[in-house]
Design a protein around this ligand. Structure first.
Ligand SMILES: [Zn+2]
Ligand SMILES: [Zn+2]
Length: 237
């Protein structure tokens, strides 16, 4: 459990790499430079949905699927591809209480967003909410843990109070693309108006984008001017 005492102790220890156990990077990144190089950037990728694209294309390319059927969100930035060893860090954060991984991954995401000229900074960051049942079971929301360093690095407020997950959806991983869309329909509800706000919704991994798309639809319905998607990784093909 994260409490004031453990944060205090953590701040006294030199950073150590969560992957290899070697020295981390000062002042406080628990990942060494060599392991950081093992994380595969999600580039090139569709500027709208983050789907990995082949070749060396860069800039503002948009994939065929986004041209045929525009998602509700207007842009996506995923820092990495969901491959080894990044997947170990994400799984540890999601299922094994490794909050330290959230600090590392959130710091990397925040640093990369801040160095991307193509990412327009939003007014607010909204972590994808968990259902109450899953939050109780896990004890924390991994997207919120990722969002804390991102918010601090960029100086943009992290808002966990604007939207709730009202339905405990089945794990998306086992479903087809079409079933994922149905599965998340009605999963979220806005709890406040967000009139004219530009919002980045934040999640650990984007796969088909169905969850982010539904969250974007709800936030736009609550008055958001635009919604973009930020994630640590893209797990698409
Ligand atoms: Zn290392
Ligand atoms: Zn796309």
């Amino acid at each position: 459990m994260v409490n004031g005492w453990s944060i205090f102790v953590h701040s006294l220890l030199p950073p150590s790499c969560v992957l290899c156990g070697g020295p981390g990077q000062p002042p406080d990144l628990d990942l060494c430079a060599a392991c950081e190089l093992d994380l595969l950037p999600n580039s090139p990728a569709c500027a709208r949905c983050g789907d990995p694209l082949a070749g060396n294309a860069g800039g503002t390319l948009v994939c065929g699927a986004c041209i045929r059927r525009k998602p509700h969100f207007h842009a996506t930035y995923c820092a990495f591809r969901y491959t080894y060893p990044l997947d170990r860090l994400v799984l540890g954060l999601k299922f094994h209480g490794a909050i330290a991984h959230g600090r590392v991954l959130g710091t990397l995401l925040g640093q990369r967003v801040s160095s991307q000229a193509l990412v327009a900074l939003p007014d607010l960051i909204v972590p994808t909410p968990l259902s109450d049942a899953r939050f109780r079971e896990r004890g924390y929301n991994q997207a919120t843990e990722l969002g804390r360093p991102v918010s601090r690095i960029l100086g943009i407020p992290l808002r966990t109070d604007l939207v709730v997950r009202q339905r405990h959806t089945r794990e998306q991983a086992a479903l087809t693309r079409k079933d994922r869309r149905k599965n998340v329909r009605g999963a979220f509800a806005a709890t406040a108006l967000v009139t004219d706000a530009s919002i980045a919704v934040l999640d650990d991994v984007v796969t088909t984008g169905s969850t982010a798309n539904e969250l974007a639809r709800v936030l736009l319905g609550a008055g958001a001017r635009e919604v973009q998607v930020w994630a640590v990784a893209h797990a698409g093909h």
